[in-house]
Ligand binder design. Sequence first.
Ligand code: GLU
Length: 450
Amino acid sequence: MSGSPVIVRFAPSPTGELHVGNARAALLNFLFGRKNAGKFMLRMDDTDDERSTAEYAAGIEADLAWLCLRHDIFARQSDRLAAYEAAAEKLKAAGRLYPAYESAAELDRRRKRQLARGLPPVYDRAALKLTADERAALDAEGRKPHWRFKLDHEHTNFEDLIQGHVEVDGASLSDPVLIREDGRFLYTLPSIVDDIDFAITHVIRGADHITNTGVQIQIIRALGAVPPVFAHYSLLNGPDGKPLSKRNDAAQYSLRALREAGFEPMALNSLLARLGTPDAVEASLSLDELAAHFDISRLGRADIRFDPADLARINAACLHLMSYADAKPRLAALSCDLGEAFWEAVKPNLALFAEAADWARVVEGPVAPVIDDMGFASAAAAALPPEPWGPETWGLWTDAVKAATGAKGKALFMPLRLALTALPHGPELKNLLPLIGRKRAEARLSGLTA
Ligand code: GLU
């Protein structure tokens, strides 16, 4: 392993939409690859042709593009069936892949009997005891076998970058089925063959795969290859600790839903890069920056929670970091590019980017002013300084209004804000006032919609 260039992979099955947990899988692999000057592979695990669709695959690519997690290598398992066939033949020739003819119902009956006797429900390898004649007879009957990998009954050890030393006892597991009776490959063998053929150096995936890893290491070795390094991160659950995939409200955690809700992809990346580590989540607008600070060994073993409130907080923080140069094309797309001073004035108040358009409407009008005390508003209008206006105008003006009316503090500022913007909150008026300009300010203070 040492010396070979790092290659990692994200291997979703295109059988549904990606959710934040999948995004984390992609991101952790991407950051590990970037940090180690390696390559990032996108692999579609689409051997299940009943559930995989081209639409879901396209959706996955769109989601990853939105997150800016660009891949260097791409493969689709449905294009590589010949390689899996060849590996299966190799295992058969080595006596490690054997046909089994039990029906699902028969296996279920045996499992129940074992459980009733207090035995672990492990496959009893009855098929291994079939003679060649018995097999030939079953084949002649038209029975189609599924194919199981014969596990060595020994302990498989590996050093996991997150979990530490892991040991899986082969004797406690059923021989895994690699090929179904209809000839279709289950997940395990294609994944292993691809990891070998694409020289994957690090397999970074959820802790739900730890036992599989024990099995997979045996198969990798049976194919004459060297296992990659493994890292199993803890799973990301919803805010209540329930798994994301098993939720009634799962759709709200899909990347499509978060994109449509207007969240910044870098807010999600910033959050997911640090969740489950002892380090504070910090907004960042750069994947390189996230990668530079990424350390896989900081990930802990406890399950973690995704809280949309955290995403909202980091989203706002990302907007506060955004330069006008980056914001400009997006403001233009929303028809609200009122210049750099506008962006700088409103960005501290944004929870979502699109809200910039609301503030542009406040600046440009028409705004129907909210005025409680017309006398006060007229005095304020009369005290407006002549243009040009700049950042000092607000201070000069409010001093003059205070001198003229005696109002101070909230009693001074709130009526001015309500008259100028019709809202009780918003960006600092010091910054907004020069953008509103004298003409509109005077009109609004006179009670006119402007
Ligand atoms: N397609 C598999 C999954 O989504 C990939 C697991 C792996 O990373 O090996 O669970």
